[in-house]
Design a protein around this ligand. Structure first.
Ligand code: ATP
Ligand code: MG
Length: 178
């Protein structure tokens, strides 16, 4: 992951998450949760509240220790495609890079492998990989309790994502609308 101007990461910061167990450690307030927020944001999170902010602009570095606020936030997440990505034209690629940018004037940009795209394209690529928004790749505080307390119909959506059928349900919905 490559972060610039996102939350507490004023300078370009490159993070590697090698295979296996990986832990982010550090004192309170040093930015550990911001790392997870960056991943979630790049993958398309639309709720500022989910990112612990009031408005989306809160993800842009807003100045600290005499440093000026940043004009934009950018996060690039590169992930290995082990075959889970079935959306064309990305299915055969071994690596997929998702980029999200937000400017202070509210303009935002999404890219896949450096090519400008829509949020919808990112959602499409991630669908059924378990990485998508509202999927189960990120289990935050309270999520396990939410799963246990969820209504059966809500719990079923997680199972459907894990089973890889969300994509087909979506396609069905789209064609029924036509
Ligand atoms: P804890 O151990 O308490 O969970 P943490 O390591 O998870 O802490 P974070 O919540 O990731 O810490 O980081 C909080 C820090 O990020 C705060 O110092 C906050 O000021 C800073 N921060 C958040 N948003 C921005 C922003 N837009 N610009 C600059 N700093 C920011
Ligand atoms: Mg934290």
């Amino acid at each position: 992951m490559d972060i610039i101007g996102f939350k507490s990461f004023a300078d370009r910061t490159i993070m590697d998450f090698p295979e296996g167990l990986c832990a982010v450690v550090g004192p309170n307030g040093c930015g550990k949760s911001n790392v997870v927020d960056a991943v979630r944001w790049a993958l398309g999170e639309q709720s500022a509240r989910q990112l612990r902010g009031q408005s989306m602009e809160d993800v842009i570095f807003n100045g600290a220790d005499g440093r000026k606020p940043a004009g934009l936030a950018e996060v690039n997440v590169v992930f290995e495609n082990d075959g889970s990505v079935t959306a064309e034209p990305y299915a055969g690629l071994s690596e997929i890079m998702v980029t999200r940018r937000l400017y202070r004037n509210g303009d935002s940009e999404y890219r896949i492998n450096k090519m400008p795209c829509r949020l919808k394209d990112i959602q499409q690529v991630l669908m059924d990989t378990g990485l998508g928004n509202r999927a189960y790749a990120i289990i935050e505080q309270g999520r396990v309790a939410a799963f246990i307390e969820a209504k059966p119909i809500e719990r079923r959506l997680w199972v459907e994502e894990a089973a890889g059928i969300t994509r087909f349900k979506n396609q069905k919905k789209v064609s029924l609308r036509k």
